[in-house]
Design a protein around this ligand. Structure first.
Ligand code: UT7
Length: 332
């Protein structure tokens, strides 16, 4: 029997209108544009403004964009996997809410919580559904409204994060294109360095937890940085080695956009020149689960059938991983 590959056949994306620039952040906390640019590479991020708007609204826009490009109806989708750490609610899953908002009435859905690696974990999960032959059309959404968990009086975190959503459609392919290999890792020892302290079953929400600002991101930046540099570079290199890929074989690196210095370290380890690295951190900051699909969305027209692309991420948990994709289409 011919092997079924899971190919990405369309990409959609959405970023909110409002631009939170470094200059504006200078008015909120003790920081400056120069520090933010040199330490992170970020110039501005998008923020979802407006009462009653949540991650699902951005995810729904990305899905609508994707369906329109592919020319298919929402009822054709079998499954929706949503990677997010900022779900609309604890439950139901944001995937279900996105399905409802877009008319994906025949799809089942669920969320995956793997922080900045969430898109890669979800992509691998979705691919397995296609490869098994069980489902024909699976959408993977990476979305985060990070502004909902950022403390805008904490200069060590508020400069980093932004809001956005990206989505890809997975379909069966019998040629060599598709998701070729994934190397995914997690280590719960990392939880101390990047987490949200309260609101879960360990420390349910209370007046005290709100007063103590425990519903915001807590990050020990330097420690996370050290693990991220090593984790993302190692896993990308290992994925290349085990698939006998050289730098010349790779057309693009699509790194999680957390810090330009982490991206540079990964590209160096893979011996990839800057021109082969997708970077949009300056415009969007770190949108957690959305960074990788938002890159694919922006670069889609420059991608060609058969090109080898490495996606790589590191995030809270710790979670990290790399995925090798052979691109499946040329954009008309
Ligand atoms: O995507 C999820 C995974 N997360 C990551 O990958 C993030 C990894 N970490 C990082 O990207 C970096 O650690 C940060 C961008 C968060 C921080 O950069 P850093 O180079 O590690 O800075 P630092 O924490 O070592 O701080 C250096 C100095 C400190 O001052 P002193 O103690 O040397 O006087 C900080 O207080 O910079 C100060 N500082 C700031 N100064 C101006 C910290 N934040 C700011 C700021 N503006 N926003």
């Amino acid at each position: 029997m011919q092997k079924i590959n899971a190919a990405i056949t369309a990409v959609g994306g959405y970023v909110p209108e409002y631009r939170l620039t470094n200059k504006i952040l200078e008015t909120l906390v003790d920081t400056n544009d120069e520090w933010i640019r040199t330490r992170t590479g970020i110039e501005e991020r998008r923020i979802l403004k407006g009462e009653g708007l949540a991650s699902s609204d951005m995810g729904a826009e990305a899905v609508k964009d994707l369906l329109k490009k592919r020319g298919i109806g929402p009822e054709e989708i079998d499954c929706v996997i949503c990677a997010t750490v900022t779900p609309d609610m604890f439950f139901p899953a944001t995937a279900n809410i996105i399905s409802h908002k877009t008319g994906m009435v025949n799809a089942f859905g669920f969320d995956i919580s793997a922080a900045c690696s969430g898109f890669l974990f979800s992509l691998t999960t979705g691919s397995s559904f296609i490869e098994s032959g069980r489902y024909k059309k699976v959408i993977v959404v990476g979305v985060d409204k990070m502004s909902s968990i950022v403390d805008y009086s904490d200069r060590t975190t508020c400069i980093i994060f932004g809001d956005g959503a990206g989505a890809v459609l997975l379909e069966a392919s019998t040629d060599e294109c598709g998701i070729k290999d994934s190397l995914l890792k997690s280590d719960g020892n990392g939880k101390d360095f990047l987490h949200m302290k309260a609101g879960g079953s360990l420390k349910p929400s209370s007046v005290e937890t709100v007063m103590a600002k425990e519903h915001y991101i807590y990050q020990e930046g330097q420690t996370v940085f050290k693990f991220a540099v090593k984790g993302m570079a190692d896993v990308s290199y290992e994925l290349m080695q085990r698939n006998h890929l050289t730098a010349d074989d790779i057309s693009w690196l699509v790194p999680h956009q957390a810090n330009l210095r982490i991206i540079d370290a990964t590209a160096n380890r893979m011996s990839l020149p800057k021109e082969k690295v997708m970077i949009n951190i300056q415009k969007y900051g770190n949108t957690t689960a959305a960074t990788i699909p938002l890159c694919l969305w922006e670069w889609e027209k420059q991608l060609h059938k058969g090109e080898n692309i490495i996606l790589a991420a590191f995030g809270g948990g710790f979670t990290w991983g790399a995925t090798w994709v052979k691109w499946a289409y040329d954009t008309q």
